[in-house]
Design a protein around this ligand. Structure first.
Ligand SMILES: NC(=O)c1ccc[n+]([C@@H]2O[C@H](COP(=O)([O-])OP(=O)(O)OC[C@H]3O[C@@H](n4cnc5c(N)ncnc54)[C@H](OP(=O)(O)O)[C@@H]3O)[C@@H](O)[C@H]2O)c1
Length: 269
């Protein structure tokens, strides 16, 4: 039997590499993202592979459209064996320029998109008593990183959400896995101007996710050296943690750049 795998956020980056890796392995990959041109290019790139890619354009922040997309997939290809909820985005925000709109945007995609995907697939997987739910979070969810309050917050929410679902859904034969990547070279990280330690290529990241999805372990995280460092960071006492993370504040988030001087302000305790 051919695996049917629905990947949401498959048009670029990690999701695209994962779609090609699964198509190479013989799977039928249902590929979703907003940009249909990206999905058609992905389908063409997989044309000579053992498996195939079926584009299903979708904005996963639209709950009703997500439910309709699953119904369409189920009618054409059957209920998927696995879903990978990978759509996500990042926008840095200097804390002094706190902007609720950044939270609205990031949480709508990073958390809301996952929640909408879950609402569509979970009841169907539970009814079948089989299924695999893979949520792409980030090591940025282990600790809150400077200028990433919205991104780290959204990814921490996903990790906790998956921890909550895992034992509950295991009772119904549904496996929940969380993917916590370090830095992977994609259009998203191409925008970063800071150094990205242990940067991985998307094909290597995809190979690690495929290997994880062939097993049942909860967390799929890579590259190991970097992600263990991040785990160790999360276990430090807070004064030590903040002494370290303070050093990663970029120049554009420092007092001189945000135009409020760098002396202690009136709000200082
Ligand atoms: N790259 C890294 O270093 C890294 C590290 C840790 C975690 N991650 C996580 O890994 C995931 C993929 O990251 P990436 O670097 O591959 O990002 P990317 O290159 O920006 O690709 C993101 C994909 O998600 C799709 N997407 C975005 N918003 C969507 C929406 N509303 N509905 C449906 N699809 C949507 C995009 O297509 P459209 O814009 O056409 O919709 C695109 O295909 C994200 O969740 C990210 O947070 C990445």
């Amino acid at each position: 039997m051919t695996d049917v795998i629905w990947i949401v956020g498959a048009g670029r980056g990690i999701g695209r590499a994962l779609a090609l890796a699964w198509a190479e392995a013989g799977a039928t990959v249902i590929a979703s993202a907003r940009d249909a041109d990206d999905l058609n290019a992905l389908r063409d790139a997989a044309a000579a592979m053992t498996g195939r890619v079926v584009p299903v354009p979708l904005d996963v922040t639209d709950r009703a459209a997500t439910a309709r997309a699953l119904a369409e997939i189920e009618a054409a290809e059957g209920l998927p064996d696995a879903v990978v909820l990978n759509a996500g985005t990042h926008q840095s925000m200097p804390a002094a320029r706190f902007d609720a709109a950044v939270f609205d945007r990031l949480f709508a995609v990073n958390v809301g998109g996952v929640v909408n995907g879950l609402e569509a697939v979970v009841p169907r997987f539970v009814a079948r008593r089989r299924g695999r739910v893979v949520v792409v979070a980030s090591v940025a969810g282990y600790v809150g990183l400077p200028t990433a309050a919205a991104y780290s917050g959204s990814k921490a929410a996903l990790i906790a959400l998956c921890e909550s679902l895992r034992p509950d859904l295991a009772q119904f034969g549904v496996t929940v896995q969380v993917v916590n990547p370090g830095f992977v070279r994609t259009p998203l990280t191409d925008r970063n101007t800071f150094p990205m330690p242990f940067l991985m290529e998307p094909e290597a990241a995809a190979a690690r996710i495929v290997r994880g999805m062939r097993g049942t372990g909860f967390e799929i995280t890579f590259p190991r050296r970097f992600t263990w460092l991040m785990k160790a960071l999360a276990m430090l006492p807070y004064p030590v943690l903040f002494a370290l993370t303070r050093r990663t504040i970029p120049d554009e988030a420092k007092p001189a750049a945000v135009g409020v001087g760098d002396g202690p302000g009136e709000g200082r305790p």
